[in-house]
Write a protein that binds this ligand. Structure first.
Ligand code: FES
Length: 207
C-alpha cells in the first residue's frame, strides 16, 4: 500500500491550521513559563488538567500584579496576557490612536467584546487582558515596554509589543500599528471580574 493511501493528502487549509496551532503553542509555552517565574500564580485557582484541556474558564488572582507588570496564564492552549498599565502607559493610548489600524476595534476577524471596544480595550482601564498571539501567522509578540528609540522600533516608541517573526507592532492595548503584516488587533478573550482582584478568563456572562 502506498504512503498516500495510508496518509491521505491534506488540504492547504488543514496544513495551515496545524502550523498556526503549533506556532501558537510553541511560543505560548515560553511565555507562560516566563510569567510564572516573574509573578507567583495562585495555584489553588488553577483548573484541573482535564478541565483546562476542555477549555474551562481560568480564574486568576491579580492582587499582586503591580503597575507596569504583566502575567501570562494559559486558556484553551493560548497565552493570555494580563497587564496592569501605569497612568503614563495609559496616556500613550491617546497618542497611538491615529497610528493604529483599527483604533476602535471594529474589525471582526477576532471580534472584540463590547466591553473592550474602547481606547484602553478593557473593562478596567488599568488592566489589559489579551491573547498573546499575533494575528498575522500566530507567533507570540514580545514585551517592549521601554520607551524611546531602539532597534526595530520607531524613535517615538511609547511602549507596546513587538512580533519578531515579521515585525508587526502593537500598542499597550494590543492595537496593531498601521502598515504592518498583522491584519488585526490582538484578540481580547471573553472575561469578567469575579471581584476587584479576581478575573475569570473564558467567560463573560456577567461582564
Ligand atoms: S507572525 Fe507576527 S508579524 Fe508575522
Amino acid at each position: 500500500m502506498s504512503d498516500a493511501a495510508i496518509h491521505p493528502p491534506r488540504s492547504p487549509a488543514e496544513i495551515d491550521k496545524d502550523r498556526r496551532t503549533w506556532i501558537a503553542i510553541t511560543c505560548g509555552a515560553g511565555a507562560v513559563g516566563g510569567a510564572f517565574t516573574a509573578v507567583p500564580f495562585v495555584s489553588s485557582f488553577a483548573p484541573s488538567e482535564r478541565a483546562r484541556a476542555a477549555g474551562a474558564p481560568v480564574q486568576v488572582d491579580i492582587s499582586a500584579l503591580k503597575p507596569g507588570e504583566k502575567l501570562t496564564v494559559e486558556w484553551r492552549g493560548k497565552p493570555v496576557w494580563i497587564m496592569r498599565r501605569t497612568p503614563e502607559q495609559l496616556a500613550t493610548l491617546k497618542q497611538t490612536e491615529s497610528q493604529v489600524a483599527d483604533p476602535s476595534s471594529l474589525r471582526t476577524q477576532y471580534p472584540t467584546p463590547e466591553y473592550a471596544k474602547n481606547t484602553h480595550r478593557s473593562i478596567n482601564p488599568e488592566v489589559f487582558v489579551g491573547v498573546g498571539i499575533c494575528s498575522h501567522l500566530g507567533c507570540s509578540p514580545v514585551d517592549k515596554f521601554a520607551t524611546g528609540a531602539q532597534p526595530s522600533l520607531p524613535d517615538d516608541w511609547g511602549g507596546g509589543f513587538f512580533c519578531p517573526c515579521h515585525g508587526s507592532t502593537f500598542d499597550l492595548a494590543g492595537r496593531v500599528f498601521k502598515n504592518k503584516p498583522a491584519p488585526d488587533n490582538l484578540e481580547v478573550p471573553p472575561h469578567m471580574y469575579l471581584s476587584d482582584t479576581v478575573l475569570l478568563i473564558g467567560e463573560d456572562k456577567k461582564a
